[in-house]
Design a protein around this ligand. Structure first.
Ligand SMILES: Cc1ncc(COP(=O)(O)O)c(C=O)c1O
Length: 387
């Protein structure tokens, strides 16, 4: 290539899954029937009425133009009512909600809106790799904080206080947590808000998993005084089987929303009208939807736990979310080697925990986005390679 890419790209590598999917495609082309238990992209469709709404609204003549930069008022109202109903959090539909094309892009916009090069950002280890990659693209100063199993994967505030927080402006948190499935303890959000207020750090909770295998959806915005220092990303990707539709949101105080909107309105021109109307429908869905979805995931989780039992891995029975996160036995060298050997001997791909950070090195993660037949097949292949 005769044109040199920007320096900031030297700090990031191609997304692990993007590379791994190519390898899986190559293996399949060679005739190996690889089962991919890696990615958290729900395999089931959204509810029927959501799809019908998309179809009906797409027929309308006025559906096809730009629809503004702040989302349809109906969609903002839909998010606001959803927050009231399930999180008991009041968000002003006019001022405190910004619809986004997925929460992943929100991570970039928030970082662009608040981080100058060299500003500090606190990132969980283990954690969703995008926090780190986006912070690197921003040329921010990355400070990782440990989450560990002994502390139910919550930040250790004593250790946080010992860090040099002078330049830190932003902290990423993610509860219910991915990859570990841990939920926030009763007082965690209060403590985070207090920490943010004390050190003038914006706390962003990334919250796409609160409806999956979790009886008690919670938001950081429910904590006392949260809006002063906390914002929250949410998404319909997992809760409504709409990952490819790209519908998410940012909630929080007006000033924070407007700051992010300065970036947002300059880089995209809103969502397709019919997608927004269908998202409104999804947000109004009956509780039965969540119950059925979770009963499916519960059955899958039971099989995934059996796979981990076969591998002598250990896991928490209280974990929530779309994945099972399990510790490999002492006898195994490391999770990457184990994942590679399962891929090449059993044609089953399981995510190695190192991609979420140092603290994930002795863990594996299996997604619940494969049907029961595939999970049973994966289990029997793995059993054969062990015997
Ligand atoms: C922790 C976490 N945040 C954000 C996302 C991105 O979700 P979305 O589809 O809303 O961009 C994911 C997706 O896997 C995730 O695991």
């Amino acid at each position: 290539m005769i044109i040199k890419p920007a320096d900031r790209l030297q700090t990031v590598k191609e997304y692990y899954f993007s590379k791994k999917l190519k390898e899986i495609a190559r293996m399949r082309a060679e005739g190996k029937p690889v089962l991919n238990l890696g990615i958290g992209s729900p395999d089931r469709p959204p509810s029927e009425e959501v799809i019908q709404t998309l179809q009906q609204e797409a027929e309308k003549d006025h559906a096809h133009g730009y629809k503004g930069y702040t989302g349809l008022p109906e969609l903002r109202k839909g998010f606001s009512e959803w927050y009231e109903r399930y999180y008991d959090v009041n968000l002003d539909a006019e001022k405190e909600i910004l619809p986004l094309i997925g929460s992943k892009e929100g991570i970039l916009y928030i970082s662009m809106a608040f981080l100058n090069p060299g500003d500090g950002v606190l990132i969980p280890d283990p954690g969703y790799p995008t926090y780190q990659a986006v912070s690197q693209l921003m040329q921010a100063d990355i400070l990782t904080y440990d989450l560990d199993e002994q502390n139910n994967w919550a930040p250790d505030f004593r250790k946080l206080e010992q860090m040099d927080l002078t330049n830190v402006k932003l902290m990423w948190v993610n509860y219910p947590n991915m990859p570990t499935g841990a939920t926030a303890s009763e007082d965690l959000f209060d403590k985070l808000v207090e920490f943010g207020r004390k050190h003038h750090i914006l706390i962003c909770n990334d919250n796409p998993y609160s409806f999956i295998l979790n009886d008690n959806p919670r938001s950081i915005l429910e904590a006392d005084g949260a809006k002063e220092v906390a914002i929250e990303l949410n998404s319909l990707s997992k809760s409504h089987n709409m990952a490819g539709w790209r519908v998410g949101m940012l909630g929080g105080k007006e000033e924070y929303i407007q700051t992010v909107q300065k970036v947002n309105s300059n880089v995209h021109s809103g969502m397709f009208y019919a997608v927004q109307q269908a998202a409104v429908k999804a947000l109004q869905i009956e509780d039965e939807w969540y119950r059925e979805l979770n009963s499916m995931y519960q059955k899958r989780r039971a099989i995934v736990r059996e796979i981990f039992d076969l591998l002598n891995c250990t896991y928490s029975k209280d974990a929530t979310g779309l994945f099972v996160w399990a510790k490999i036995p002492e006898s195994a060298d490391d999770a990457e080697t184990l994942s590679e050997s399962i891929l090449h001997e059993a044609n089953v791909f399981i995510t190695p925990g190192f991609i979420f950070g140092e603290n994930g090195k002795r863990y594996l993660r299996i997604s619940l986005c494969s049907n029961e037949n595939d999970l049973q097949e994966a289990k029997s292949r793995i059993r054969q390679t062990i015997n």
